[in-house]
Design a protein around this ligand. Structure first.
Ligand code: SF4
Ligand code: SF4
Length: 335
């Protein structure tokens, strides 16, 4: 058991995220003791009372490994990403938000001003008779209070600073987090820098035990609209399952529980855009009946009718990856 300053330093930090990645680390249970034997937790606001000034005081590169979860939404998030990059020899994008933007990245469909207008003025669930909206600074008798400024869009960690490894998942599965800790503590070998770790290189379908036949979907159902057969592929039953376009590694958690994969492990190896890959896969699944004799307009309308049974295209196909998708730049240009 190694103790004291001989242990390499570990940092963990959360930016724009929900806290689920911290829960994934806590899910290591007694394995956390082994982590504590291997590392000194030098900075982790949800575990130890170390301040930013403590981090700033460390020599550059003094932290062996920093796990960063959450996307970069504010100036503060960006400043912390830069500081941790400077102080760490290995920086890991931990979880879907840091990796591909995840659900907070769906906010990129609107500008910060539109979100503020919608949340505080148009659809506010609390009384706001004075039409107060958030400000970056507020004067109180004790001085000036500052709120971090929102960036124009949420970005991923690697869109801001160089990153050595990416661990996908919303949140990463505990057995994959344990695998990561075995690697960073030197028990197992680290793959080359730039790799996605704690995941496979195929798709969720490769891990799925459900029977697959010919996929035909003449309409899609939401999971609560239909009783499904637990032994058959969900897509064949009209339930949109993102398994075809999602990296394996979770152990096929959701389809195993009769819930469609929503895509949290992100794009598989070699795929540049998860949503586009799913749309491309669906092209061979949609069943419009006999097309013989139909005009191209009629065929298009039938395809449209099937697609229109999906409730939310972007929130379905790019639920976890919008901020890192081919659409990312387009959305900003359109504002
Ligand atoms: S699409 Fe979903 S249910 Fe079908 S094989 Fe793939 S992971 Fe399993
Ligand atoms: S099945 Fe899909 S959504 Fe569920 S944990 Fe695995 S990758 Fe994530």
């Amino acid at each position: 058991m190694r103790r004291g300053s001989a242990r390499p330093k570990l940092a963990m930090y959360w930016a724009a995220s929900c806290g689920g990645c911290e829960m994934a680390i806590l899910s290591l249970d007694e394995r956390l003791f082994a982590l504590n034997d291997s590392f000194e937790v030098a900075f982790c606001p949800c575990l130890v009372d170390a301040k930013i000034a403590d981090l700033e005081a460390l020599p550059d590169g003094d932290i062996a490994v920093a796990l960063f979860n959450g996307g970069i939404r504010t100036n503060d998030d960006r400043a912390m990403a830069s500081l941790l990059r400077q102080k760490s020899r290995t920086l890991i994008a931990f979880g879907s938000c840091a990796h591909e933007g995840c659900i907070p990245g769906l906010a990129n469909l609107r500008s910060p001003q539109e979100h503020i207008r919608s949340s505080f003025l148009e659809n506010s669930t609390t009384a706001n008779a004075r039409r107060i909206t958030p400000k970056s600074s507020t004067q109180v008798k004790e001085g000036t209070l500052h709120l971090p400024l929102w960036n124009d869009r949420l970005t991923t960690l690697a869109q801001n600073v160089p990153v050595e490894y990416f661990l996908p998942g919303c949140p990463p599965e505990p057995h994959r987090v344990a695998e990561l800790f075995r690697m960073i503590s030197g028990e197992d070998e680290m793959p080359p820098a730039g790799s996605v770790i704690g995941a496979g290189s195929s798709t969720v379908c490769a891990e799925c035990p459900r029977e697959r036949g010919r996929k035909n979907a003449s309409r899609f159902y939401r999971i609560h609209e239909k009783t499904t057969d637990p032994s058959l592929c969900l897509i064949e039953q009209g339930i949109l399952c993102m398994g075809i376009a999602t990296r394996d590694g979770c152990g096929c958690r959701c389809p195993a529980a009769n819930i469609p994969c929503s895509g949290c492990y992100g794009r598989p190896e070699g795929v540049s855009d998860q949503g586009a890959a799913m749309i491309s896969a669906l092209a061979s699944v949609i069943d419009i009946g006999h097309a013989e004799g139909l005009s191209s307009r009629e065929i298009y309308d039938r395809i449209d009718a099937v697609i229109n049974t999906l409730p939310d295209y972007v929130g379905t196909f790019w639920k976890y990856s919008l901020a890192d998708s081919l659409l990312a730049g387009l959305l900003v240009r359109q504002r």
